[in-house]
Design a protein around this ligand. Structure first.
Ligand code: AMP
Ligand code: MG
Length: 487
């Protein structure tokens, strides 16, 4: 039999960091690996051969049963604040198999999630269930299509083994692709337990990987901090604009690259409400929709603290530099958010009163319990049906003001509506639709519902007829929607 070459091209630099940052550990083989879903367009982007990935040898790699040439499997060490409490963590159920370099020269981490126990597993079994891995696949790919920086999902493989949760569930392994898996928590780990030289090695690695050119700046570690702040400000603004609730913004789940990571309890908000929480364990609403920008700032402060020893020899000066950088965050965030909101309303130019116009719309949406995505979809289409908001006289007054404001921009009305179509998705992964797709796949082995859904999600700004059904709201029985962590 000719073994097809999948095209893995590994060049592993994280594995060259001091030993403190990882443990060499191989994935634990699984009994009967079977490909559940493969991301063809991502495979192509990565320069991987689809046919080879689908072959027995290819699937064996995606299951962790075979280590491809050039891979150096390891579990990464990291710490983090979980709901405000600092703790040692690390890859407890994931293994980085290596850094793959794509034909265009992009470097990505290839990580198997659900790949068995590691030295960081604590009491856990190191495994993942099929439902949550498919959920991560759907939502991360939807986020990518929405234009939001995110880790990607290359494949999900079922293991042929059951895992024990509250009940027995089918096990699965997800292949996660990321610009890197460096987290705020990786730096916290280095600051807490590493030497200054180890912290510096980590920071240099992060700079080289994500912010090349930083070496030439006057204070490269300050540059690193500023860049992460800028990326997170942009990212979290995008979450807010799209109505995404991450659900578990612990510092170990915040990347240095500025990509969204960890799709455990996340969900998209239906009804506009700043207090929206989906996660069953977030009883205090720490990670509520409206809190996300503040938590982003809190997490970045933890990164800044970790970097202090590198910012300046003089601790006072280091603190002042860190504070100055952190002070930029609210301004940066707000600028991204405001620009994004303007775009959602089709506004091409900035005016003093825009903030007020936006705030008034949001207030009405909250008052009339309007669906977040569908409000902007309706404004884009100019079709006002199906929501109490649209029957309110205050909304009609607001609409009048908005139309007047639109006419003050120098661009045509067509251009304004085109801008809206590019910023207001016609379709998002609505919770009841995600659940429907997962139930068909997990309970009946029917992946067609998910495939069809993924197709609609792949082009969220298309406003095609085929997508229209996915814009429909869930029946009231589906609320409130609850998500679960660490599943
Ligand atoms: P998460 O909630 O996915 O961010 O995970 C938090 C921490 O728990 C990480 O260190 C994970 O590796 C670890 N973890 C989650 N689930 C498991 C599991 N089934 N077995 C071992 N470790 C786990
Ligand atoms: Mg995590």
């Amino acid at each position: 039999m000719i073994k097809l070459d999948a095209g893995w091209t590994f060049d592993n630099r994280y594995a060259r960091l001091p030993e403190r940052f990882f443990s060499r550990v191989s994935p634990t083989p699984v009994r009967a690996p079977k490909l559940a879903v493969l991301n063809r367009s991502l495979a192509a982007e990565l320069g991987l051969n689809e046919e080879a990935l689908r072959s027995e040898a290819g699937v064996a790699v995606l299951a962790g049963n075979r280590i491809p040439d050039g891979a150096e499997p390891l579990a990464q060490a990291y710490a983090g604040h979980q709901f405000g409490y600092f703790t040692m963590l690390g890859d407890g159920r994931a293994v980085l198999i290596g850094e793959h370099v794509t034909p265009s020269g992009k470097r990505v981490d290839i990580q198997l999630k659900g790949s068995g126990r590691t030295p960081y597993s604590r009491g856990g079994d190191g495994r993942a269930a099929l439902g949550p891995m498919l959920r991560e696949y759907i939502v991360s790919e939807a986020m990518h299509a929405l234009g939001i920086p995110t880790t990607r999902s290359l494949a999900v493989v079922t293991t042929g083994e059951a895992i024990r949760r509250e009940t027995e569930l089918p096990g699965a392994v997800l292949t996660r692709v990321a610009s890197s898996h460096l987290r705020v928590g990786t730096f916290q780990y280095a600051a807490q337990w590493g030497t200054k030289e180890e912290l510096r090695a980590l920071a240099d690695y992060a700079l080289e990987r994500h912010f090349p050119g930083g070496e030439e700046t006057e204070n490269r570690y300050l540059f690193l901090l500023e860049q992460v702040i800028a990326r997170q400000a942009a990212l979290i603004a995008q979450w807010q604009l799209i109505g995404f609730v991450h659900g578990v913004m612990n510092t170990d789940n915040m990347t240095i690259s500025g990509e969204t990571i960890d799709y455990g309890p996340c969900a998209f908000m239906d009804t506009y409400d700043l207090k929206t929480v989906f996660s069953s364990i977030d009883t205090e609403g720490r990670y509520a929709y409206g809190n996300q920008p503040y938590i982003g700032g809190w997490n970045l402060a933890r990164l800044a603290e970790s970097l202090l020893p590198l910012l300046n020899e003089d601790e006072k000066k280091a603190v002042a530099l860190a504070q100055e950088a952190l002070d930029q965050y609210p301004t940066l965030y707000h600028r991204h958010w405001l620009d994004g909101m303007r775009a959602k309303l089709g506004l091409a130019e900035a005016q003093e009163g825009d903030g007020g116009l936006i705030a008034d719309l949001l207030r009405l949406m909250e008052q009339y319990r309007a669906d977040y995505t569908n409000t902007f979809r309706a404004l884009t289409l100019g079709e006002y049906t199906g929501m109490a908001l649209f029957d309110a006289s205050e909304f009609r007054e607001w609409h009048e003001r908005w139309q007047t404001r639109l006419s003050q921009d120098s661009v045509s009305r067509e251009e304004a509506y085109e801008r809206m179509r590019l910023h207001n998705p016609a379709v998002i992964p609505r919770n009841h639709r995600v659940e429907e797709a997962l139930a068909a796949a997990v309970d009946d082995g029917d992946y067609s519902v998910m495939e069809r859904f993924l197709e609609a999600l792949a082009d969220p700004y298309a406003y095609s007829l085929k997508q229209a059904e996915y814009a429909e709201l869930p029946p009231p029985s589906h609320r409130p929607y609850r998500t679960f962590c660490g599943t």
